[in-house]
Design a protein around this ligand. Structure first.
Ligand code: SF4
Ligand code: SF4
Length: 255
């Protein structure tokens, strides 16, 4: 019988769970990417300087934390394509966002339960944790955790570019199980950061929020709220946009 390492077991659990998860017609996910970080990686403490002073550490969720499990759930191509045209977010993109957030919660609860069966503790974090609508800062950045775990590098659109692009959602959870950290990429995946080319995302911004050297978060959020107003009748809030992630070089691949 094949004996899997714990890292391989967790990757398999995540892939199988996502493959079997129900979704609406026209949405759905490609095979996820998974990466692990050491909970003691000094970069987690650096997030208090880079992201915000109140950014949590893995140990704040689980005092005996040893590892952070992160994963990227890539949307299927038609989900991203549905969001290319026009100023406003497509309904398909919004439904995919809601379904993915729901799945992240349930997948994390499943992983926590499976780890407990194996004798380990885990603490799962919601898709959005302590998001402050005034400062637009979160108490835990899944994207930053995934960067630390080696899932990809940041583009100038402030998204994490993975080997399967940036169109999708990221989840993470903390455990006291020791997992081998995934090596971080040595190169920048964003073309503008690596050689000054591209800039597609800046060109695609629909609300003059994204620039080559910064993102105006408040201006970006105004667009997200505009979309939320228009997308009535969905089961939860959809203060999202995503126009700078679709129809660009890094949407589905590492360019
Ligand atoms: S669209 Fe181009 S410049 Fe923008 S994040 Fe992607 S690779 Fe970088
Ligand atoms: S999410 Fe929308 S408003 Fe915000 S930077 Fe991207 S395109 Fe611009």
């Amino acid at each position: 019988m094949e004996v899997l390492l714990m890292e391989e077991k967790i990757i398999k659990m995540i892939k199988n769970y996502v493959a079997a998860y129900p979704h609406s017609e026209g949405t759905g996910w490609k095979e996820p990417l998974v990466a692990f970080a050491a909970a003691g990686d000094p970069l987690f403490r650096e997030l208090r300087k880079i992201v915000q002073p109140a950014h949590a550490l893995p140990q704040d969720f689980l005092p005996a934390a040893r590892s952070v499990i992160t994963y990227f759930l890539p949307f299927r191509d038609p989900v991203a394509e549905s969001n290319i045209a026009g100023r406003h977010c497509s309904r398909t993109w919004a439904v995919a966002y809601i379904e993915t957030n729901r799945m992240i919660g349930e997948l994390n609860a499943y992983l926590q339960q499976q780890l407990e069966v194996l004798g380990f503790e885990a603490e799962h974090l919601p898709a959005t944790y302590n998001f402050d609508k005034k400062t637009l800062l979160s108490g835990w950045s899944h994207r930053s955790a995934a960067y630390i775990a080696g899932l990809g590098t940041f583009g100038i659109n402030h998204m994490l570019i993975t080997s399967k692009g940036c169109c999708g959602r990221i989840g993470s959870l903390v455990t006291d199980l020791e997992l081998k950290p995934t090596p971080r990429p040595e190169e920048e995946y964003c073309l503008y950061k690596s050689d000054g080319s591209c800039g597609d995302c800046v060109e695609r911004c629909v609300n003059e929020a994204l620039f080559y050297d910064h993102l105006d978060k408040q201006q970006c959020y105004r667009m997200c709220l505009e979309n939320n107003e228009r997308l009535q009748g969905l089961e939860s809030e959809t203060d999202i946009c995503g126009k700078c992630m679709v129809g660009v070089a890094c949407s589905h691949i590492k360019p």
